[in-house]
Write a protein that binds this ligand. Structure first.
Ligand SMILES: C[S@@+](CC[C@H](N)C(=O)[O-])C[C@H]1O[C@@H](n2cnc3c(N)ncnc32)[C@H](O)[C@@H]1O
Length: 255
């Protein structure tokens, strides 16, 4: 109930447009935790995408409050593992959301960016950012990506591999649109509430490697991924007293 009231209060405004007191109240950590925690509990894809539609205007501010670092970590992984990746590389940002990954890529000189997402509201924010040459509405797991085989030098999917979002069955589709020798960078959370999904994901990733479809270049565990939205998300007995959850970045090269 409390979460719903928060949504109604802020649904047409970005935090920055509120007055000073109201902005602090709206963006306070407990309220952000309640909003984002509610999204983690949604396991039906249609409902989840609808949630993102309503969240789109506040998404950037909220994930900044949670110290969400996945876009930067994924782009760090991509560029550090392959420092020779040319700035002319054509890159697909899958589940691009509002475009935080594009902002990180642009900061490192990559400008040939396409994005797809299943939420029209999130795509609208990505379009407003002005960093993508092409943006498409596409629901992963239900539709193919709107690109021919072997189109992209690199494909990233950040923050969308969890229950109720992108199913593991969509991973081969990412491979299909990647050029032979191209890169695929993926992230997922590794805290207790996402462990079942992560196990299924690793099975899919390993099966593709055993089939010779790609080779793993990097599996980078990160302790301080983002702040947990509730105590339930943090491992019991976790040494992290500041309440961060963990995550992992994977980087593969298509054979
Ligand atoms: C947590 S946000 C991550 C956005 C961005 N990559 C980032 O790191 O800020 C997850 C995004 O995945 C999208 N998404 C979730 N499931 C999807 C699906 N099955 N197909 C397409 N997009 C999906 C949502 O609409 C949302 O924009």
């Amino acid at each position: 109930m409390q979460v719903r009231q928060v949504w109604v209060a802020g649904s047409k405004n970005h935090c920055k447009s509120f007055g000073r007191m109201a902005q602090e109240d709206r963006c306070s950590l407990p309220k952000v935790r309640a909003r984002v925690g509610a999204s983690h509990g949604i396991t039906d894809l249609a409902q989840k995408l609808h949630f993102y539609d309503r969240w789109a205007l506040e998404y950037d501010q909220d994930v900044a409050t949670l110290q969400y670092r996945a876009p930067r970590l994924a782009v760090d992984c991509l560029t550090q593992a392959l420092p020779g990746l040319p700035h002319t590389a054509l890159i697909l940002d899958v589940a691009c959301g509002t475009g935080l990954v594009a902002a990180e890529l642009q900061a490192r000189g990559f400008l040939q960016l396409h994005g797809v997402d299943g939420s029209p509201g999130m795509l609208e924010q990505a379009r407003a950012r002005g960093l993508y040459q092409r943006l498409s509405l596409c629901t992963l797991g239900q539709e193919p990506l709107p690109s021919p085989e072997g189109t992209f030098d690199a494909v990233l999917m950040v923050g969308a591999l969890s229950d109720g979002q992108v199913p593991c069955s969509a991973i081969p589709e990412l491979l299909r649109v990647t050029k032979p020798g191209g890169l695929v960078c993926l992230t997922t959370r590794t805290n207790p509430s996402n462990l079942r999904y992560k196990e299924g994901l690793e099975t899919t990733l390993d099966e593709l490697e055993q089939a010779g479809a790609w080779e793993r270049l990097v599996a980078w565990p990160v302790d301080r991924w983002e702040l947990a939205t509730s105590e339930l998300e943090v491992a019991p007995g976790s040494s992290d007293s500041e309440g961060f959850i963990s995550g992992i970045v994977y980087l593969y090269r298509k054979q």
